[in-house]
Design a protein. Sequence first.
Lengths: 345, 364
Amino acid sequence: MSQLRIEPLSLDEWGTALPSSGTEVFHTPAVLAAIDEHFDGEMHLFGVFKGQEPVALFPTFVRRNPLGRVVVSPPPSMAIPYIGPVMMPNSPKQSAYESVNREFADLVVEELGIRSNRTFVRLLCSPAYLDPRPFEWTGFAVKPSFTYRLDLGGRSLDEIQAQFSSSLRREIRQARELDITIADEGLDGARVVYDDVVSRYDEQDEPFGMPWEFVESLVENLGDRCRVYVARGPDGGYLSGMIVPFSDEVGYFWLGGARGEYDGVSINSLLHWTIIEDIVEDEALASVTEYDLVGANTERLCNYKSKFGGELVPYYVVESTGVGMNLAKRTYQLLNKGSERIATK
Amino acid sequence: MTIEITEFDHRDRDEWDTYVERSSQASLFHQYEALRLQAKYSNSKLHLLVGYKTEEPVGLFPVFEIRKGLVKTAFSPPPHIGVPYLGPVMLDAGNIKSRKFERRRNQFIDGCTEWIGGHIGPNYTHVRVGDYYTDMRTFLWGGCDVSPKYTYNVDLTRGEDDLLMSFSRSARRNIRDGRKLVSGIEEGDRDDICSILTLVKDRYEEQDLSFDVPPQFVMDLYDSLPAGQVRPYVFRYDGTFVSGIIVLQYGDTLYRWLGGVRPQRDFGIDVNDLLDWRIMRDGMDDGMRRYDLVGANNRRLNRYKSKYNPELVTFYQIEHGALPVRTIAHLYKSRLGPGIEMLSRGNGNGASFPSRLVSGFLHR
């Protein structure tokens, strides 16, 4: 007999229940509202409660098509690397975590009817959700993916740079010698960065499904929890830029860095370094201790990202299995063109 | 700089073992004697691959070749003998940067993959690595199927009192109430291994499961490995065997390998809690840092194991290629009952077959 119950939540209720630590920026009401506004389908937010106390949260996105139903978290084509469940059992013990996790998975599977073979499920779980076993036991497949995270807490800029590769340090040094300004240009900057990414995809004949309006909502909703770093040359011309949302603990290289060669020097390395400097030194970001390079799964991009000496952090993808799901999966993959697919150098 | 792959043979066993000692990733099962026995009890051909960078050994990869008719397979560890993890390990590299170490490891893996392709040409490859190896990208990019698997580790460094307090109420109560029984616990001998395995086999058969680990394999390990690596702990009452756990001790880790199943006689408390607690206390006295409960994949058994408040630890299973169903039937002929059913609801791409069949051990 289950002690827990599952309830749909409004965005406000979600915001009240969401813990301040151990979650991603993508779990915040600001980002969820932006997704909800632009996702072609329904957002369903769930809370799992023990009495009055929330012990798990789960944002889901549902779309119906003639072949069946798609239940995802996050939706495709929005460059959200991971979201998935938030676990917050009221005891630090492993057994308590496991019983909440087990019941949580049973409840969501039941509530969403996702055991059906006409429903395609894909959950990109955040790096904090390290125990997807209940989904495996329910018949889903679990595969690992990876991202790079730089631990910046309690370390000096010198110490951080010491773990960089020498070529990365050289690039930063060379870029600094050029007459470049980097500033947070807010929403206007975001538009320039977005257009740059779109044109980069066009050049490579890759489809880019993310609408500007979604980026606009996300940047606006996050307010000062999102910065748009734009690098300009001496004539004020745009060189490169990056949109960086922040959770209370992590800054994310979310979108941008599509190109950035200037005078034979990579501007993107200097952009990353400026972001890292802000995380370490800016009082407004005092609680932020990590920089997430968002994605370490595309081979040709990893050589660059690995130069930062970050930690390779796994996260798990939970997916439907079985015949009939392959087509749905391919469609999903086609739609899910994340920012990681663009060369960032 | 490439890494050159050399195959050792049994004449190089001493050199192999000195390399094993130089790797903090290596396990008891990487030692030559243990590998020889794994090959013997899985009817496979052992290949000892050593990677050299210039003259320096950098990595070890024991590979077991199993042929059935025209089908060639490569395993590490081999199937159905209860070895939880094996696969490639790197020799300790001092203070080199982690980026450099990763690059070296990827080169070593590339070299081994090429060697295995050229010398064995397997239709199917199956590797399970310990938790020290998490960067699975080179396998993912190479088209392998990578699945997370789980085990539990109890942290033995936190101090006896703290550790005990972290256990579930029932485990603490058993340990407290069982004080009058603990005099019946001792480290046993070769005969006790047999009693433990017989009890395990009986419990399995009650549940219509087959127990894969050949008892003689465990005995041979006990006889051949250095003293103190294979340790049967037993609980006797009035001099009669009641229950036991076979513990492996290597490096800074204790492994709860086999045993600890429900005994025939009921003492009102779970005597296996007493055995586990004694094992953990001995381990702490010996400076062991963790007690690996070996496996957290079975829903029902996890409830038992999680009472020691362990940390969930992920490790990876790597598979490449596919096998025709008939070959699987030959490879795993002794347990086709539930197996065939599981195979028939494969995931369509045919790339993997149920790990229950492969590991037996991990999924019970």
